[in-house]
Design a protein. Structure first.
Length: 203
């Protein structure tokens, strides 16, 4: 997909911005209750940056990052990174967002570890399939929506598989919620926290 072409044409730029803004409103409704104690947020895989724009309007301090600049928001341009290593110090943010991002990556484990390194908590929103036909439908629809038909990771998992992955990487699942979309599919939201070890003094 030629992003520069879409940005150069006023009609496509406005259309994509408006459609992405509508989606951002729905996404923020789902995730805002889990950001009560967050002020600084890194939006990993920020895409069009509409979620970052909306959250910033609500008083959060947002830093969008992505592997390429897909922003259609005038005042928000993401920091570009290599998809594996985030250019920030440990614990730079209160929260990290991974909103429908992990299934697009070839190494979701590495990206989760990086999110865990730079933020105190990680909020994940991901599609979860319940059966193989549903997974196939995810693949077809996602390919058309993103206009990517080759070299697409398609790392979809079931809810149980996502939760297992999080625990294997040393996360505690503080909260989780499920929601239906398009009547057929399931979206999962997870609030992930780092395990904290408290060692008593040795006498």
């Amino acid at each position: 997909m030629n992003i520069a072409f879409l940005k150069d044409k006023e009609i496509t730029k406005r259309l994509i911005y408006n459609l992405s803004s509508r989606r951002a409103v729905e996404v923020v409704k789902k995730i805002e209750p889990y950001l009560l104690y967050a002020r600084t947020i890194i939006d990993i895989g920020a895409g069009t940056c509409n979620v970052a724009e909306l959250l910033s309007e609500k008083g959060f301090l947002l830093q969008p990052v992505d592997v390429k600049n897909l922003s259609f928001v005038k005042n928000y341009q993401p920091i570009i990174f290599n998809g594996t290593t985030l250019p920030f110090l440990d614990n730079s943010f209160d929260s990290a967002l991974l909103l429908d991002v992990l299934h697009h990556t070839s190494n979701p484990e590495q990206l989760l570890q990086e999110a865990k390194r730079v933020a105190n908590s990680v909020l994940v929103m991901e599609s979860a399939y319940n059966c193989i036909p549903q997974k196939v439908m995810f693949l077809i629809i996602d390919s058309f929506l993103n206009m990517e038909f080759l070299n697409h990771p398609w790392n979809y998992r079931t809810d149980e598989q996502w939760q297992l992955l999080f625990r294997q990487l040393g996360f505690r699942i503080a909260k989780s919620a499920s929601a239906r979309f398009w009547f057929l599919f399931q979206s999962q939201t997870y609030v992930l926290e780092k395990y904290k070890c408290n060692f008593g003094a040795i006498n």
